[in-house]
Design a protein around this ligand. Sequence first.
Ligand code: ATP
Ligand code: LTN
Length: 338
Amino acid sequence: MDNENVRKKVMLSGIQPSGDLHLGNYLGAVKNWAALPDEFDCYYFMADLHTLTVRQDPKELRRRSTAQLAQYIACGLDPTRNTLFLQSHVHEHAELGWILNCYTMFGELSRMTQFKDKSAKNADNINGGLFTYPALMAADILLYQADFVPVGEDQKQHCELTRDIAVRFNNLYGETFKVPEPYIPKVGARIMSLSNPGSKMSKSDPQGCVFLMDKPEDLARKFKRAVTDSDTERCVRFDPENKPGVSNLMNIYSSVTGKDFAEIEKEFEGQGYGVFKPAVGEAVIEKLRPIREEAERMIADKAYLQGVYTDGAQRASAVARRTLRKVYKKIGLVEKPF
Ligand code: ATP
Ligand code: LTN
């Protein structure tokens, strides 16, 4: 099976550089991606075109796009073993995105819950891109003939639509696209907000969110202030239903130390939250320290990052170009002679 000629299955995912990466992105996504290149041919990108569906500060978007690349690498995505690139650098995404818009139904797009949520949050800017976003996401995936798409729960609906678009196109024009499957990693960490354990950790809630680039003193403060539960028991026990705050902290502690819940309960037996919370903070600080330091070094080395994203875009483009050419031909566009 080690035969070089056997095509590895393709894995592809992206994160929007609409905020800095946080512990949820790391434990729920990027950390798991780092283990995959032995088995899969992996493509990971900064979904900068998607980010434009919500108004951005141009300077911040530019900063975050390359900072996110640095963080991907610092989290363990080796650029020699994974194809890492900026979505906007591979123009085939926008081109196939347009084509697939013409194979995606208004009714389908209207049913997307993310569109409904984001429209409610950005009532003054419900633009066309926000509505047709899933067609661009389908293009991202189908260009690389991806077998698997690692995503969280909230993106499953978009993955389903991608499959429907691929099948529709294949039925009309013959086998063109690989029909991808969502890939839910075995260790699926769902990290909740430190300030509100009822909702997932998200960049839109900075108080309850642990950013990978947070300074140790900020991390310590966030964990000290983490909301725990108002039950009278006040012991460290895993019980997501009745003790969501403590259980979330245990989940975080377990993910960064590798200890299981029974070990953690034993370790903190007889001790209150006043000991447990700073201990979780300390473990996270130590886990994130080398990641932050390495990312900072790379962010200061613009030439290095530029080399990585140039190489990544060239490799990605070579694959994307092949699919796009096939699509153009199938739908009746005249082949470009140059
Ligand atoms: P938003 O605030 O816009 O909802 P987000 O911070 O939740 O964004 P996404 O860009 O939607 O982050 O997520 C990128 C990836 O990180 C996805 O694969 C998602 O499943 C994962 N992820 C995001 N938040 C968490 C979380 N709290 N726990 C586990 N995984 C997460
Ligand atoms: N929609 C995703 C980001 C994203 C993506 C993709 C994920 C854009 N294109 C292709 C997987 C595959 C999000 O908002 N998290």
